[in-house]
Design a protein around this ligand. Structure first.
Ligand SMILES: NC(=O)c1ccc[n+]([C@@H]2O[C@H](COP(=O)([O-])OP(=O)(O)OC[C@H]3O[C@@H](n4cnc5c(N)ncnc54)[C@H](OP(=O)(O)O)[C@@H]3O)[C@@H](O)[C@H]2O)c1
Length: 255
């Protein structure tokens, strides 16, 4: 890594380093999607360590989740491309009564090059929209169908991306990823009005920044730091976050 890159990384990681994290989340039933890697896996480990019960979903392999030996962890397969194959997830949700949802599942949708207008694969596009955007609506349908979860649901956090911000877009390209995150943002904002009105649920979107993960192996901050900051944010003043699109420091990002 060149010196300029090293300096940039130093200042970037310093921006997100904190000595003490608030962590007042315990005794909750938490649903985490995309939990077998990256941010979802880090949130799973962190929330389990704080004595919560976690229902963790995965797409295909659950190998990282299987390594966590904790009686409070339940693992269930839910491929968010096939949203109609939800019976196993539904069963688990009905057993649990969810208090918090961290919706982490996401895909980039192919290389930057494959996401140029000329090369767009519309089947892929639809698939990514299903995973990154629409599937959270299906998950919410299942939760709303379960009356005890509806009553309990305190917080829903969608892990979005600043690539979905219409205002901040000055680079173009990445049509699939950007559109899917913009759609997720729109759904988030809508739910923050709807679900907050009906059930007082706090709904917001987070851009996690540049995090080392399956999607971004060269990311600059560790997924554990990201998880700590997300827990810190909801521990300090979750009420104030409803309807917002924020970064890991709680600073607002334009939709
Ligand atoms: N890392 C970053 O720098 C960054 C920046 C901005 C936003 N984000 C967002 O952060 C979220 C978490 O990503 P990450 O960085 O932690 O990357 P990651 O390690 O790749 O995690 C994404 C998770 O989503 C799961 N997933 C993919 N397709 C799925 C499907 N069809 N059904 C269910 N789950 C599926 C993946 O499962 P498999 O492992 O089985 O594929 C994986 O566990 C994503 O929404 C991403 O867009 C990340």
């Amino acid at each position: 890594m060149g010196l300029r890159k090293k300096i940039k990384k130093f200042f970037y990681t310093r921006k997100f380093s904190k000595k003490d994290y608030l962590a007042n989340i315990n005794n909750k039933n938490i649903l985490i999607t995309g939990a077998n890697s990256g941010i979802g896996l880090a949130l799973t480990k962190k929330t389990l360590a704080l004595d919560n019960k976690v229902l963790a979903t995965y797409r295909e392999s659950s190998k990282n989740l299987e390594c966590i030996k904790n009686k409070n962890l339940t693992i269930v397969k839910y491929d968010q491309r096939n949203i109609h194959e939800f019976k196993d997830l539904e069963e688990k949700i009905k057993e649990t009564s969810i208090d918090l949802v961290f919706n982490c599942a996401g895909v980039f949708g192919g290389s930057f090059e494959d996401q140029q207008i000329e090369k767009l694969d519309f089947k892929k596009f639809q698939e990514v929209l299903m995973v990154n955007s629409f599937s959270i609506l299906k998950i919410m349908q299942i939760i709303l169908d379960d009356k005890s979860s509806t009553k309990n649901l305190e917080i829903l956090i969608n892990i979005s991306s600043d690539a979905g911000s219409i205002k901040l877009n000055n680079q173009g390209n990445a049509y699939i990823y950007r559109a899917s995150k913009t759609a997720l943002n729109s759904i988030t904002k809508n739910m923050s009005v709807d679900l907050n009105d009906r059930f007082k649920t706090i709904v917001f979107a987070i851009d996690p920044g540049n995090v080392q993960s399956g999607m971004n192996p060269g990311g600059q901050i560790k997924s554990e730091v990201c998880a700590n900051l997300i827990i810190d944010l909801i521990s300090s003043n979750a009420q104030s976050l409803n309807g917002k699109f924020i970064n890991l420091l709680g600073e607002e990002i334009p939709w």
